[in-house]
Design a protein around this ligand. Structure first.
Ligand SMILES: [Zn+2]
Length: 484
């Protein structure tokens, strides 16, 4: 066994029938007792994940090979006595979505942030992850292949991956399967890989071409891509799921059932999520709220900036479908119609600002919650991003836009991985626009003013007429059409 002092060695073995993973972790020597931590949440979902509910047991193993019971000191933390370096645990893995871990007959899919434990005081340690029972035969018919962004090699028949430190490990999912479709493309200095498990979209050539289109368009706006390699991991099971999660240099996107994946509507849904997730490679993975820089997995980290992390990304993800020619103006108007209807029909936007709603995602941000209580960082955040985009274009006679500001934020705060504050964001928008936009911040980010009049005006500057009516059920319906 390796005695390297710079990394934790994790060996994983599956019990496929019971959908479980057995972990053996060997930590470098240290003095005194220490805290063993399981993450309490995962990036991309700003609420507690309570992953310890899937841990069946945790034990230490001393130098003599005797098993030692570990006492819990918190819901997701255990006290490890002096001298214990080897820890074993059993994790139950039967959930399939874009942020989970799942063991099935033909799938070995892991998000380390669900199930890897670490030493709270030594987060700089690297990780070596050995998939002891995975035999790869990527070229054989029905042979297993491995899809992962972490560097890896097949060592003595066991795929062995490496993470630089805890932040890298927790943001590096993988999937292995005998049913993996793979293709790749190169855009500037970036190698992009597409991996699909299970159902394949009906037109794969179009699927890849659309990925190339939005990748090219987004890189052109930001100038550079954060990494040299990026992976799209698609899970298209024949069951109901719709979910995407961004990572450091990859994304996991889950959609199902099969007939949805193969329909035109489902196809556009997938491409829309993919464009959104790629945009996250800059916005949130690098241009990241200061409260999440670096990620602290020991407890909640509320931030008011979800309207930038998710709102700007939601708006831009859709806008890049239009900029790259994947949808036409009519298609973009359809996306905006759906966004505006969700916005206008949520009375919570008048009760709690999107900044305050962002802080509270840790309470109820990912469920309906009490009607009329809160806004959504995705929906209200995207509407605000649209208002900011149009304001900058108006003030600069079309010479700059929100994309110009996002590029500056990437260069100044994203590349050096310096956490973002609300002031940094609004100052950069003002700098690009040549004027402060504090009214938008006060009224629609940190306030609860109605957006209807600003929205009508903003659409009108784009040559689009915005109107609304009430349908028979009392729901607000939006109409967008081009002015002649
Ligand atoms: Zn997102």
């Amino acid at each position: 066994m390796s005695e390297n002092v710079n990394h934790v060695r994790y060996e994983l073995r599956r019990d496929i029938a019971k959908q479980r993973i057995h972990f053996t972790a060997t930590f470098p020597k240290r003095q005194g007792s220490w805290s063993l931590q399981l993450p309490t949440w995962r990036p991309g979902r700003y609420e507690l994940g309570n992953f310890a509910q899937y841990i069946l047991w945790v034990e230490g193993v001393n130098q003599e090979g005797q098993r030692v019971r570990l006492n819990k000191i918190d819901l997701h933390a255990w006290q490890v006595p002096n001298g214990i370096r080897r820890i074993e645990w059993l994790f139950h893995a039967d959930i399939l979505n874009a942020g989970s871990t799942c063991i099935e007959n033909d799938l070995y899919y892991v998000n380390p942030v669900n199930c890897f434990m670490y030493d709270v005081e030594r987060q700089e340690l690297g990780a070596v992850i050995v998939l002891s029972d995975l035999i790869l035969e990527p070229d054989a018919e029905a042979g297993w292949a491995l899809a992962v962004a972490m560097p890896w090699e097949d060592l003595n028949g066991a795929p062995t991956m490496q993470a630089r430190d805890l932040q890298h490990l927790m943001d590096s999912p993988w999937m292995a399967s005998p049913k993996l479709w793979h293709d790749s493309y190169r855009e500037q200095d970036l190698d992009v890989h597409i991996w699909i498990h299970d159902t394949l979209p009906s037109d794969l050539a179009r699927f890849v071409a659309d990925h190339v289109a939005f990748t090219r368009s987004q890189i052109a706006h930001f100038g550079t891509f954060p990494t040299q390699e990026y992976h799209f991991f698609y899970l298209f099971p024949d069951r109901d799921v719709r979910h995407g999660v961004e990572h450091e240099d990859s994304t996991v996107i889950a959609l199902g059932p099969a007939n949805r994946v193969q329909s035109e509507e489902g196809y556009l849904e997938i491409i829309g999520i993919a464009s959104h997730e790629l945009y996250h490679a800059w916005n949130v993975k690098r241009i990241r709220p200061i409260e999440w820089t670096p990620y602290d997995f020991t407890g909640p980290c509320p931030s008011e900036l979800g309207y930038i992390a998710e709102g700007v990304t939601t708006y831009m993800g859709d806008l890049f479908l239009y900029k790259s020619g994947i949808v036409d103006l009519k298609g973009w108007c359809a996306l905006m119609t759906s966004l505006l209807e969700r916005h206008l029909n949520n009375p919570g936007r008048h009760n709690m600002s999107v900044a305050a709603s962002s802080y509270d995602t840790w309470l109820d941000g990912y469920k309906m919650g009490v009607r009329g209580r809160k806004g959504s960082i995705y929906v209200e955040g995207a509407v605000l991003a649209f208002l900011c985009d149009v304001r900058i274009m108006e003030l600069t006679a079309g010479k700059a836009s929100l994309s110009t500001a996002m590029r500056l934020l990437w260069e100044r705060h994203g590349q050096p991985r310096e956490g973002l504050t609300a002031d940094m964001y609004w100052d950069t928008l003002a700098e690009v626009a040549g004027d402060r936009m504090d009214d938008l911040r006060n009224q629609h980010a940190e306030g609860t003013e109605d957006t209807w009049t600003p929205l009508v005006q903003a659409m009108s500057t784009q040559g689009i007429l915005l109107s609304k009516r009430l349908d028979d059920a009392g729901t607000i319906r939006v109409l967008l059409h081009q002015e002649n």
